[in-house]
Design a protein. Structure first.
Length: 193
């Protein structure tokens, strides 16, 4: 028996050609899986208690974040505001690009908004240097001064800030966008075809 020596360039040429044949099979599956993961991320965002409370504005449902009133009223949004829309629109821009198959390795890139970008796009209505989105995760002060009441002086229609402390209370922060993005990244990293 004799050994056959195949030049390296010939092997690379065959592998390169293989990618051309494999890509039409792999790419649609990859795109389909990515879309599913993206929809799961958007669903997780839509169903998160913070999103639900902000969409509900001054609803009568007890808040998971503030002991009195609503999260929407406590943050001080204007009644006409829909603060979660910008976050959802930014999450929707997530996309899969640059699919390349080389040496049986599928290489792709996923682009999505970073927490920093999301925080920059979500300023507090009364303090533009701070993010309400970040505040939900790290906490917000002033709950002891928040009076849940209907008032013409209220931007949200659901509460005002008093000059003095009217009660004790602590804002209950929660993982929000961090958890949603981490779950998304974990699913992308575990993508299998």
């Amino acid at each position: 028996m004799s050994n056959v020596v195949v030049p390296r360039q010939a092997v690379e040429a065959v592998l390169k050609q293989t990618g051309k044949f494999v890509k039409p099979v792999v790419e649609p599956k990859l795109i389909k899986e990515f879309r599913k993961i993206k929809e799961e991320m958007l669903s997780e965002f839509d169903n998160h208690s913070a999103t639900q409370e902000l969409v509900g504005k001054t609803s009568s449902v007890p808040s998971a974040f503030v002991s009195h009133g609503s999260l929407f009223g406590f943050i001080g949004f204007d009644e006409s505001d829909s603060p979660t829309e910008i976050v959802r629109e930014m999450l929707k821009t997530s996309e899969l690009k640059f699919i390349k198959i080389k040496n049986e390795v599928v290489d792709f890139k996923v682009f999505y908004p970073s927490k920093k970008e999301l925080f920059s796009a979500t300023p507090l209505p009364w303090a533009t240097g701070r993010s309400w989105l970040k505040g939900i995760e790290s906490g917000m002060s002033g709950l002891g001064r928040y009076l849940s009441t209907k008032s013409e002086a209220s931007r949200s229609g659901g509460g005002i800030q008093s000059e003095g402390i009217i009660r004790s209370g602590r804002f209950r922060n929660a993982k929000y966008i961090s958890e949603i993005l981490n779950n998304f990244i974990k699913k992308i990293n575990n993508l299998s075809l």
